[in-house]
Design a protein around this ligand. Sequence first.
Ligand code: SAH
Length: 206
Amino acid sequence: MEELIQQLIKQGYLKTPEIIDAFYKVKRRDFLPAHLMGEESINAPLPLGHGQTISQPLTVAFMLELLEPKQNNKILDVGSGSGWQTALLAELVGEQGKIFAVERIPALKKFGEENIKKYHFANIQFLEGDGSKGLPQFAPFDRIVVAAASNDIPQALVDQLKVGGRLVIPVGKNRQDLVLIKKINKQEVIETRYPGFAFVPLITES
Ligand code: SAH
């Protein structure tokens, strides 16, 4: 995995020293199902069961660099899956920060929660449900990150973002753009698109 991290740095995907540190501290292998042990440094999504995948390291690096998580941030993490990215976020916001991790598949919510116990983070709350509507009871958030592909940008998530906050979400059907939304005031956002990603779909309840 050290080699892969070095490679992501060389290729310019990992840039921020704090994010690089988090990649070293939070080990992807701790978030893989037992039968995939030893495959953590493969730069590809890997199956988690239930038709879901632990994201590709390159993609997680790219998303975190766009998200710019900071110490003390309150972050909504939609689609926590294995818990790997959740743990990286928990490391990046520090003890005074808070991560709300939402996962719609109960068995995966539990899997992520169990994996994270290896790290003794006290700043994560796991919730089961449809994260596309956000968590109004805990809003507003400094950052929101979605790990599954949406057809559009859910307005509820934009509404639950603080002014100055950032939302990163894959948008599209077969191939997706990663979309960065920066909320510049209550009514306005700046949107930037980065094409060429592939995520599992965001399943929403109507
Ligand atoms: N960051 C995770 C990504 C897992 S894949 C990891 O690296 O392990 C994306 C996850 O989003 C899947 O676990 C899937 O079940 C979940 N998901 C899909 N739609 C969702 C929704 N509406 N609300 C919450 N989670 C959702």
